[in-house]
Design a protein around this ligand. Structure first.
Ligand SMILES: Nc1ncnc2c1ncn2[C@@H]1O[C@H](COP(=O)(O)OP(=O)(O)OP(=O)(O)O)[C@@H](O)[C@H]1O
Ligand SMILES: O=P(O)(O)OC[C@H]1O[C@H](OP(=O)(O)OP(=O)(O)O)[C@H](O)[C@@H]1O
Ligand SMILES: [Mg+2]
Length: 316
């Protein structure tokens, strides 16, 4: 009897153990299928990075002071970090993907993959000198002191030109360096040029052009790669829509052929008869630049009552 009881208990225990193990594996698998996305906490990249995911229909709460947020409708978790730390986190796999400027990506020298250029936070990395100084080309920087937060990119540029300068690495407010006697020149980010101007500097060499880039961990699981694919699909649909407009116009039926040639659309324009006989409404999708270039031709071809509307998503 005791033997039977012992055998029965052993079976129950092993069953419980198996169930527990399966539950643990499921839990681990679930964790593994949540993509960790690193974005800048606050700064020049933050708003556009967050909007990118929101426009893709990915919902999350990034309330003040929050450093982590889980999406309520997509298998993703957001980490809000200093931009300089993002490449390292992505290389280590702490985050699966991240958004940084190409300047930070190249400067960081981390082993990450370049997933997609995103088209925002466009800027350049330039060398600037005091406005009153005469610039004699890259060679005139020989032996000079240059302050920068980008010693690797600057070092590579100088090396390519066979110039040896003294690079002083500082982490911010670089443009102040010449006026306090720290350096003869600076190498920093320029966009409008306003910061250089208000610090008495002039831009003399553009050494690097940058925009936001999505970087990824090189050894991501197949499940996570699939989630990244879904995000890229959505980003493409949103970006394509941003460059396009939905156009509706009225015209006499005899003009339809000529106008259709000016509005090729995704396949061809749709044509609907109007209540007024002999007239139709044509609707089509057109690249915004093409629209402005063709507007006069459209009017000459007999287009009237032209409406231009934004498109939210565009999927082929
Ligand atoms: N004036 C600008 N116009 C457009 N893009 C910019 C501009 N300044 C910086 N950027 C881009 O945005 C990125 C982040 O810039 P930001 O000034 O927010 O960085 P940061 O001060 O180093 O932020 P953090 O506190 O996260 O370290 C830069 O690495 C660059 O790619
Ligand atoms: O050419 P501009 O349009 O003036 O932009 C250039 C400035 O923008 C960035 O600084 P930011 O204003 O982001 O401040 P930060 O130095 O605190 O990063 C960058 O470091 C430059 O200083
Ligand atoms: Mg930074």
């Amino acid at each position: 009897m005791l033997k039977l009881f012992t055998i029965a208990s052993a079976i129950v225990y092993s069953l419980l153990f198996t169930v527990n193990c399966s539950l643990l594996i499921c839990k681990l698998k679930k964790v593994d299928t949540i993509l960790r996305i690193a974005v800048q906490k606050s700064g020049r990249l933050s708003e556009d990075s967050l909007n990118l995911f929101k426009e893709c229909g990915i919902k999350f709460d990034n309330g003040a002071g929050k450093l982590k947020a889980t999406s309520s409708n997509f298998p993703a978790e957001f980490l809000f970090l200093r931009d300089d730390d993002i490449p390292g986190y992505v290389e280590d796999g702490v985050a699966d993907i991240g958004i940084v400027g190409q300047n930070v990506h190249v400067e960081s020298h981390k082993n990450v993959s370049e997933v997609k250029l995103l088209g925002f936070s466009k800027c350049r990395l330039s060398i600037a000198i005091p406005r009153e100084d005469v610039y004699g080309g890259v060679q005139s920087l020989e032996g000079k002191d240059i302050a920068t937060s980008y010693p690797i990119i600057l070092g590579n540029f100088l090396k390519e030109h066979g110039v040896t300068s003294h690079i002083h690495e500082i982490s911010g407010s670089v443009e102040i360096a010449p006026s306090i006697g720290l350096a003869h020149a600076v190498c920093d980010i320029v966009s409008s040029g306003g910061t250089l101007l208000s610090n008495g500097l002039k831009e003399v060499e553009v050494i690097f052009r940058s925009e936001a880039i999505m970087i990824g961990c090189p050894d991501m699981s197949a499940e996570k790669q699939e989630i990244v694919k879904q995000i890229l699909f959505r980003i493409d649909a949103v970006q394509r829509a941003k460059n396009s407009k939905y156009v509706v116009l009225n015209t006499k039926n005899e003009n339809i052929e000529a106008i259709s040639k000016l509005l090729p659309g995704m396949q061809s324009p749709s044509i609907n008869p109007l209540a007024q006989s002999g007239w139709s409404a044509l609707s089509s999708v057109i690249n915004e630049n093409d629209f402005w270039q063709n507007i006069e031709k459209l009017r000459e071809a007999g287009a009237e009552g032209i409406l231009v509307m934004p498109i939210e998503k565009m999927i082929y």
